[in-house]
Design a binder for this molecule. Structure first.
Ligand SMILES: [Zn+2]
Length: 60
């Protein structure tokens, strides 16, 4: 599944705010080289630790 080019213009790497390059199943940061998987056409930019509320990470 191809991402629209618009994605690449508005998205920034959450780690270093770099620009992305599109790969087959991922976005690859041009600055730090991190890759973020694209699932069902939507890039998953959540870092591995998963800081989003609602995740299975009870915060004590
Ligand atoms: Zn980056």
């Amino acid at each position: 599944m191809k991402l629209s080019a618009d994605w690449l213009e508005v998205l920034r790497c959450p780690h270093c705010r770099g620009l992305f390059r599109e790969e087959k199943q991922a976005l690859c940061c041009l600055s730090c080289g991190r890759r973020y998987p694209v699932r069902e056409g939507l890039p998953d930019l959540v870092p591995e630790s998963g800081k989003l509320p609602g995740r299975r990470h009870p915060d004590h």
